[in-house]
Design a protein. Structure first.
Length: 260
């Protein structure tokens, strides 16, 4: 199963307009980035983990798609722990590395913030098809059709780029030029992919222009992008989780406004 292919489902979040998913994830992320404390992130993460049970996504798909977030969060935490702001008691020190009470608290907050922001963003977009997202951005958000269709065409080419990379690798190996230095081989193959991508992009742009995609005339859309009670409910749910996280952080005295 490719990470670029959304699993089709008519359950849970699969029925919700992608614009609502985008709005809910941006709302939650916008609130969590305003503070650096572990309480607000922990509250939001706990609420999200409970809501994931009703997302209508299988556990295998959920784990596979969110794996990069689970791997990135500890990396951020360890880096912050070793090189974060020094304050409070010093637990361990070696050269430029200083593990202090302040850096430990900041590392915990960073770990939870990455999970609280990254996990819902990934889960909400697991079932999003690029065409559905483009329809929503054009019909609901009213973004310019030329911008939306150009972005959709570019996103559709990502899968082709991956196939081109594998094809180039096999072709170079068949010609006996893929056994050299690894860094040099990757650089040469990346340049070949860049040239191929520019050519394909130019052909695609010409084809789309010839079919009238660059016209300023009002466009019609093959599929309607509905935005109703389910979508507003998801946005309200995201706002509720964000408000609860902020309230608990303020009441416990851990709120730490980043601009303060």
């Amino acid at each position: 199963m490719s990470v670029l292919t959304p699993p089709r489902t008519d359950r849970g979040i699969g029925r919700i307009n992608p614009v609502a998913k985008l709005g809910a994830s941006l709302l939650l992320a916008g609130v969590l980035v305003l503070t650096i404390d572990w309480v607000s992130a922990a509250v939001a993460l706990c609420c999200e983990l409970v809501l994931f049970l009703f997302a209508g996504v299988s556990l295998r798909t959920l784990v596979w798609r969110t794996l990069p977030v689970w791997l990135a969060a500890p990396t951020v935490a360890v880096t912050t722990l070793l090189y974060g702001q020094e304050s409070g008691a010093v637990y361990w020190s070696f050269g430029l590395i200083h593990v202090t009470e302040g850096s430990a608290a900041l590392a915990l907050a960073s770990l939870l913030r990455v999970l609280a922001i990254g996990l819902p963003a990934v889960v909400l977009f697991i079932t999003v098809d690029p065409t559905d997202l483009a329809d929503g951005l054009a019909q609901v958000v009213r973004l310019p059709a030329r911008f939306v269709l150009g972005g959709l065409a570019g996103l559709r080419l990502v899968g082709l780029f991956i196939d081109d990379w594998h094809a180039l690798e096999l072709a170079r190996r068949a010609r006996g030029v893929a056994d050299g230095h690894a860094i040099r081989r990757v650089g040469s193959q990346a340049f070949a992919l860049l040239v191929l991508s520019i050519r394909r992009g130019s052909k695609l742009a010409t084809a789309m222009e010839a079919r009238g995609f660059g016209s300023d005339a009002p466009r019609s859309w093959a599929r309607e992008s509905p935005f109703g009670a389910r979508e507003w409910g998801l946005i309200a749910l995201g706002a509720l989780v964000a408000a609860l996280a902020v309230t608990v952080a303020v009441l416990t005295g851990s709120w730490n406004f980043v601009l303060g």
